[in-house]
Design a protein around this ligand. Structure first.
Ligand code: ADP
Length: 228
């Protein structure tokens, strides 16, 4: 999806929710690989900081809420812009896939930067993907970017699992729903791609606060409509 539609937010909440479910079932856990090399935001949103250690020539992923995590955010300092070109992005993604000791995982979720650039291409050339999830907001401007992204995955035979529509509406104190970013984009794109609309996530200041505090809303307030 387009920049700022909530891809990282959806990622961190999905991984925390999945981790909890898998723990209950006694299954191996969840890893998250942040492939937004230029603007890594997953560490902050998952409340993970520091430098990963090296053991037996492998990078040990960081961990929080039971979720294992690797991101460029752990390797650069916050104020240094990353000004890399394609081949270096490719190399980094290969390292995240091959030189990180993920251990046994049930699911690896990968957060991608917007659009259809080097990260997406490097990724599909490095790891066999089971599927892609499109995150979009309801308005047409986001729709077009999301559809182009979906087409790219289609071309490289990665199935689209479904669409998450984020920022779908704002619920006012009197219970009215305001469609701040328009309506219907998620359903429309799911129909065009012949896949499921997984859900519509409301706009909720608690989501933004949770991201900034490093405690995703599915952990801090699992019964809220947004978390559900
Ligand atoms: P992307 O990864 O697509 O660039 P982010 O996940 O970084 O987008 O989200 C952009 C900003 O919007 C973040 O500050 C995040 O906390 C906020 N945000 C995302 N989804 C919601 C929502 N449903 N309600 C309120 N704020 C949200």
């Amino acid at each position: 999806g387009k920049g700022g539609v909530g891809k990282s937010t959806v990622t961190v909440n999905i991984v925390c929710a999945l981790q909890r479910l898998l723990e209950e079932e006694g299954k191996p856990g969840v890893g998250v690989m942040d492939c937004d090399i230029y603007r890594p935001s997953v560490p902050l949103m998952l409340g993970a900081a520091g430098r990963p250690e090296i053991a037996n020539d492998m990078i040990v992923p960081m961990e929080n809420f039971g979720v294992r995590l690797m991101s460029m955010g752990f390797l650069i300092d916050e104020d240094t812009p990353v000004v890399w070109r394609g081949p270096m992005i490719m190399k980094t993604i290969q390292q995240f896939a091959q030189n990180v000791d993920w251990g046994e995982l049930e699911i690896l979720v990968i957060d991608l930067p917007p659009g259809t650039g080097d990260a997406q291409l490097s990724l599909v050339q490095t790891i066999p993907l089971e599927g892609a999830v499109i995150v979009t907001t309801p308005q047409p401007a986001a729709f077009n970017v999301a559809r182009r992204g979906a087409r790219m995955f289609d071309k490289v035979d990665v199935p689209i699992l479904g669409v998450v529509e984020n920022m779908s509406y704002l619920e006012t104190p009197d219970g009215q729903r305001q469609a701040i970013f328009g309506e219907g984009g998620g359903a429309e794109i799911a129909e065009a791609l012949e896949c499921k609309l997984f859900g519509q996530v409301p706009l909720d200041p608690a989501i933004r606060e949770g991201s900034d505090r490093g405690i995703p809303i599915v952990i801090s307030d699992p019964e809220s409509p947004a978390a559900k």
